[in-house]
Design a protein around this ligand. Structure first.
Ligand code: SF4
Length: 310
């Protein structure tokens, strides 16, 4: 599935390099303690707090007794009303609403696609203290991981890299080889969905960069909705934007983006499951899990708990 060019970047089985998670960048308004604290006050002033360490190795704090939201009829009605009202709002207005309603328990997941980079540029102006994470499967392109550092330098938002329990060598040894070749649904479930599930237990709401025009699966996304798979409120600020809108913002504001997009990769995931698209291929996700019926990793679909159907 992956191209020769990608395999030169990261040898199969080697996984992605470990990064220094607490790199110190030039101070900015985003690089306060709140960049890693999901509580509005410091641990010292917030009273009783529980600390935990993320899969990316960062220590974070929660109010003692933190509980996930329950999808009560009242909450579902509120979300439906907000979603309808925000249909005509700008992405910045949607993000501002999400921040006001759910911070400090709002988070964002990004795979560093163009949409994620644009949302990060907006978050830098609206709520730079928001905790943002990436599902670092161990199979990401080096270019993707380099983009994380570029975005941190530009916006002061250091995206946490959440990794699965097993490293790539451990995982491949356990399964007798790379599972992405034989059972990509299980591989995505183990290395993405399970990691997001663990992260979701510490939050009330998450933002993603999906757009309705990306695929049939995503065409039904609401601006705000209850995500029953992760027990979170899901907010999609760019649901109504087109690919052209996203790239206009990137070019207008010189937002950093993955250089692989200039090499024929419109959608970028793990290198074994991503290929460049040919001229004339109009489906921007045609290069993902090419040659299989799989179209999604399972983060944005409602069904399944065991990896089937993702
Ligand atoms: Fe595994 Fe491919 Fe899914 Fe990445 S995209 S987690 S390599 S199956």
């Amino acid at each position: 599935m992956g191209s020769a060019a990608q395999k030169r970047s990261i040898p199969p089985g080697a996984g992605s390099p470990k990064r220094a998670f607490l790199t110190i960048y030039p101070p900015s308004s985003a690089m306060t303690d709140q960049a890693i604290l999901p509580v509005s006050a410091s641990p010292e002033s917030a009273g009783a707090v529980e600390s935990y360490r993320t899969a990316g190795g960062i220590e974070r704090f929660l109010p003692a007794g933190f509980r996930q939201l329950e999808p009560t009829p009242e909450l579902l009605a509120e979300l439906a009303e907000a979603s309808e009202r925000l249909e005509t709002a700008t992405p910045e207005e949607i993000i501002a609403w999400a921040h006001e309603r759910f911070a400090p328990h709002l988070t964002m997941a990004t795979a560093f696609g163009p949409e994620g980079c644009v949302i990060l540029s907006m978050l830098a102006k609206i709520a730079p203290e928001t905790y943002v994470f990436n599902l670092d499967t161990g199979y990401q392109f080096i270019e993707t991981l380099d983009l994380r550092d570029k975005l941190a330098r530009r916006y002061g938002i250091e995206v946490d890299l959440l990794q699965p329990e097993l490293s790539v060598p451990e995982y491949e040894a356990k399964h007798g080889g790379p599972l992405y070749k034989t059972n990509p649904n299980q591989c995505c479930f183990d290395r993405k969905v399970k990691v997001l599930k663990a992260a979701s237990e510490k939050h009330h709401a998450w933002m993603s960069g999906i757009r309705r025009d990306q695929s049939t699966d995503r065409s039904r996304a609401a601006i705000v909705e209850w995500d029953k798979k992760f027990n979170l409120v899901k907010i999609s600020p760019l649901a109504n934007w087109t690919k052209k809108d996203v790239w206009k913002r990137i070019l207008d504001e010189d937002v950093p983006y993955n250089p692989l997009h200039d090499q024929g990769f419109p959608s970028i995931g793990c290198w074994p499951c991503t290929r460049a698209v040919a001229a004339g291929e109009t489906d921007e996700r045609a290069g993902r899990w090419s040659g299989t019926a799989k179209t999604e990793c399972g983060l944005h679909t409602a069904e399944q708990q065991d990896g089937s159907g993702i």
